[in-house]
Design a protein around this ligand. Structure first.
Ligand code: ADP
Ligand code: ADP
Length: 224
């Protein structure tokens, strides 16, 4: 059982690393951004509420995302563990999540905080191409698909997310600073935070995360 949260600004590599670890450990990647984008694409009531805010680079209301996560955690696959990517993003979400976990008798092992300077974030996001079907992120320089513009997993044509436009990226980085950055203090106070240098190749960053997880094996659970 491995229960991890990936924390970090847009473009830090949360989705990339959560995707790798999900395959490695065979536990689900729960990405609130991916779930919301699917709801928007399917035109569900949730998607209709979220679309305008997402396109503008603003956070959607806490109640909506809390509900999504509570439902995803009940899923059979999530009983083996979870890799949360993009949640929680506000203190209200973090406290709601603590209550959810207490109700379910589960706990967080670590909060992996990916640290990347802002100019690198902007460079990564301005080149990001995303699969509209499986949501895998690519980048022509660091993480190219095998065939340009085509997803390796399902052959779909890659798209540029509307919120990866430069003005939306600025808005999202501001939302992160104003509402999400405070969560590193929240989890540090609980002894769960592990800062990981997010600069380097995806393989190098993955290696650093795996080193943190190996510590768990040698030191025992972070939060017994
Ligand atoms: P997040 O989920 O934190 O927003 P992503 O995983 O989608 O971040 O990564 C943002 C962009 O940066 C994507 O285009 C991705 O391919 C690329 N990327 C991810 N990790 C790295 C890395 N270690 N070095 C360079 N580019 C990366
Ligand atoms: P990134 O990490 O690349 O910024 P995500 O895919 O995690 O992007 O999120 C995209 C958008 O989805 C966010 O800008 C926001 O509008 C919405 N979103 C995702 N997760 C949350 C969340 N936990 N709380 C509020 N809004 C969210």
């Amino acid at each position: 059982m491995l229960n991890l949260i990936f924390l970090g600004p847009p473009g830090a590599g949360k989705g990339t690393q959560a995707h790798r670890l999900a395959a490695r450990f065979n536990i689900p990647q729960l990405s609130t951004g991916d779930i919301l984008r699917k709801a928007v694409a399917d035109g569900t009531p949730l998607g209709k509420q979220a679309k305008g805010l997402m396109d503008a680079g603003k956070l959607v209301p806490d109640e909506l995302v809390n509900g999504i996560v509570e439902e995803a955690l009940q899923d059979k696959a999530a009983q083996r563990g979870f890799l949360l990517d993009g949640f929680p993003r506000t203190v209200a979400q973090a406290t709601a999540f603590d209550e959810m976990l207490a109700r379910l008798g589960r706990r967080i092992d670590f909060v992996i905080c990916l640290q990347v300077p802002v100019e690198t974030l902007v460079a990564r996001l301005s080149g990001r191409a995303t699969c509209p079907v499986c949501q895998t992120p690519y980048h022509p320089l660091s993480n190219p698909p095998k065939r340009p513009g085509i997803c390796d997993n399902d052959g779909a044509a890659l798209i540029v997310r509307p919120d990866d436009a430069p003005d939306r990226v600025r808005q999202r980085l501001a939302e992160f600073e104003n509402k999400t950055a405070v969560l590193s203090g929240y989890y540090k106070a609980r002894g769960l935070l592990r800062g990981v240098d997010g600069v380097g190749s995806p393989d190098e960053v993955e290696g650093r995360i795996l080193a943190v997880l190996r510590d768990r094996v040698t030191q025992g659970p972070a939060n017994p």
